[in-house]
Design a protein around this ligand. Sequence first.
Ligand SMILES: C[S@@+](CC[C@H](N)C(=O)[O-])C[C@H]1O[C@@H](n2cnc3c(N)ncnc32)[C@H](O)[C@@H]1O
Length: 287
Amino acid sequence: MRNAINSPFRYAGGKYYARKLILEHILPHNYYIEPFVGGGSIFFAKEKVQNSWLNDLDEDLINTYIHIRDYPEELINFLKGKPALKELHAYYKNDYVPQSDLERAGRWYYLNRTSFSGIMNKQNCYWGYDDKYSKRPENWPKAIRSASEKLQGVKITKLDFEEVISNVPDNSFLFIDPPYYNADQEKFYTCGFNKIDHLRLEKVLRKHSGRIKFLLTYDNTSEVKELYHWCYEPLEREWNYKINRTDNQKKCVGKETTVITKGKRYKGKEIFITNFETFDELAINNN
Ligand SMILES: C[S@@+](CC[C@H](N)C(=O)[O-])C[C@H]1O[C@@H](n2cnc3c(N)ncnc32)[C@H](O)[C@@H]1O
């Protein structure tokens, strides 16, 4: 894929390991939108088109994206000479008081790169850097510069998803990766997402479905399947991933809390919902 790069962030619930599977289901388009961008692993992996719009309600995340796009050298300068150290992580997490948006972005980037799974929610933001597996501080500038290049000309907003979806241009393609339906997402993200939000999402997508194309990824639950009965049959997808980078940690998967063990292999399982016929469905229908 031309100009495919990795996200400059680590991100809980990020789609890095599923990116190939997801890219297979993205239709050709001129306007690309992610209303829940998070770490943006799909935007950074795909070919950039003429117009892109990335959105998330997380204020610090969006402030950091804007600094990567518009002030990469200032951000790099802030991070310069700062080693990945547990004590510095604790200082940025608990004591440091940023005096500007640039300092806020610098603090956030430092914590994101050194926390377990990039979890930034204060209660669950633990030291999670490992010299062997994590991106080392001397490589952060390169990641920031290449992300900055790809973000040039990209619209970046901090809005509720409903406002974004209601205002996307006709014929846009949306990759929609909301928080899971059946998981305690408060553990990962700074903005809460409840059942009412899931219902709002379904309603706004149904309203605009005639003028846009979307790929929606969710946890595989009967409630979600029921909610999106008006879309094409959901595709069940699995992918493998391995946790390499940190000490053993607890992680919430669905409704269960699992102990994540360093070096072990795990399976990601989700459903892909589309409002257009995918190649898989065409193949089934033609057989
Ligand atoms: C599953 S993550 C997206 C992960 C992303 N696809 C990636 O690869 O890194 C869901 C995101 O939704 C955001 N979010 C939560 N509530 C929101 C809302 N009401 N409107 C927009 N974004 C919201 C969270 O901040 C989080 O970044």
